[in-house]
Design a protein around this ligand. Structure first.
Ligand SMILES: Cc1ncc(COP(=O)(O)O)c(C=O)c1O
Length: 394
């Protein structure tokens, strides 16, 4: 058991926020507790005296946060992976015949694996576009487009390189050419302002448990053209119960069964926290910490930084002379510094940057402090120093 601090939290220097943010704002935990104390208010199904209609409130909050709507076009799922599966497989089902799809080397397996499954089933032919520097540009996408290209799935930011992709020109081009564009916003939602009012995406996927400060098991997507995606899940919605076919109206078209109410409450409170704190203040703090961390790492012998200028608070690096898993293990066990090691579910990025070996990733959140960064850098310095002395004995 780890020693705990006064507020009963383990004494960790938690630098794994690109995977899941921790800790969560107190307001989020309180909202989850409040939700669990109340009976469920299921719109259309139960009368909800005194209860809070969290799904509707969260949809409104999401629509305002991403500057688009209508709120019913925001769908709740378990996470970004669930959203991407629903959208990718639903789009393929709707097309009903083989087609060509494009994705990029920057993707997470939650994009690559559903697309590969469709490719293996002979439903799509897939082109994977390479990145240049840390980005995929419109020219590279254009080059891959063929007459039968109907789908592009691309991340808004790399979870390894922390590079935000310029999706606006890509979205505009694809929209003008009738190609459905799914953007994986797992790393951007909450980290940077995302204004979808004038970016014509087909769908934008978000996850709740990262920078939106929700709890695990939350996420969703905004869909601008629901008719482009077939229903792949059917079940109870509390509406049209006489018909045995799943209803068509939004949002229940893509939502079946009982919602994750505490999770949706956490998402609602997470957005409220970001709005109250100010997206700019959050971004500034993250940027300052990231610059400081990179500046300090540069002074350590044996460190290779793979992304010297990230847009997001994500730093990927390697320590010479020690396997990244072993380094991560020592950092956690000996120093209570929690990083993420390995391939970060983005194998194609690593093939390009570190020959598939993987790396150590440190990622920050609004709750990370400068002192924590200083202590983490010192721990990394010591691990690098002992690895170095084994490589070069006196
Ligand atoms: C770019 C990217 N896409 C998708 C995911 C999957 O997110 P979730 O855990 O919400 O399914 C992640 C999470 O690591 C990610 O970084």
């Amino acid at each position: 058991m780890l020693p705990t601090s006064e507020n009963n939290q383990p004494n960790l220097i938690y630098l794994n926020n690109a995977a899941t943010t921790w800790p969560k704002p107190a307001e989020v935990l309180e909202e989850v507790a409040r939700c669990l104390r109340l009976p469920l208010h299921e719109p259309g199904r139960t009368t909800g005296n005194g209860s809070m209609d969290y799904p509707s409130a969260a949809r409104e909050a999401l629509a305002a946060f991403f500057h688009t709507g209508p709120p019913e076009h925001f769908i709740f799922t378990q996470n970004a992976t669930d959203s991407l599966n629903l959208l990718i497989h639903g789009f393929a089902k709707k097309r009903g015949m083989p087609f060509h799809a494009i994705t990029t080397e920057l993707e997470h397996n939650s994009v690559l694996r559903p697309l590969t499954a469709l490719e293996q089933d002979g439903i799509i032919r897939l082109t994977v576009v390479p990145f240049t520097g840390t980005r995929v540009n419109l020219a590279a996408i254009k080059k891959a487009i063929r007459e039968d290209t109907y789908l592009v799935v691309m991340t808004h930011a790399s979870n390894v390189l922390g590079s935000v992709q310029d999706i606006r020109p890509i979205a505009e081009y694809l929209h003008a050419n009738d190609i459905f564009f799914i953007v994986d916003g797992a790393q951007t939602a909450g980290h940077i302002p995302v204004d979808l009012s004038d970016i014509p995406v087909g769908a934008y996927v978000f996850t709740g448990h990262k920078a939106l400060f929700g709890i695990p098991g939350t996420g969703g997507f905004f869909i601008s053209e629901p008719d482009a995606v077939a229903i792949t899940r059917q079940g109870g919605t509390g509406t049209d119960s006489r018909t045995l076919t799943h209803p068509f109206e939004m949002p229940v078209r893509f939502e079946a069964g009982t919602h994750n109410y505490p999770g949706i409450a956490s998402l609602f409170a997470g957005i409220r926290f970001i709005n109250a704190t100010g997206q700019e203040a959050i971004e500034k703090k993250n940027t300052d910490l990231t610059r400081y961390f990179i500046h300090e790492l540069r002074n350590i012998r044996g460190i290779t930084i793979y992304n010297e200028h990230p847009d997001l608070p994500v730093v990927s690096f390697d320590i010479a002379g020690i396997d990244n898993h072993e380094a991560g293990f020592i950092l956690a066990r000996a120093y209570n510094v929690i990083t993420r090691t390995g391939l970060h579910c983005a194998p194609l990025v690593h093939e390009r940057i570190d020959r598939g070996n993987g790396c150590i990733r440190a990622s920050f959140s609004y709750f990370t402090t400068r002192d924590e960064c200083t202590a983490a850098v010192q721990a990394i310095r010591e691990v690098a120093g002992s690895a170095d002395s084994q490589v070069r004995p006196d």
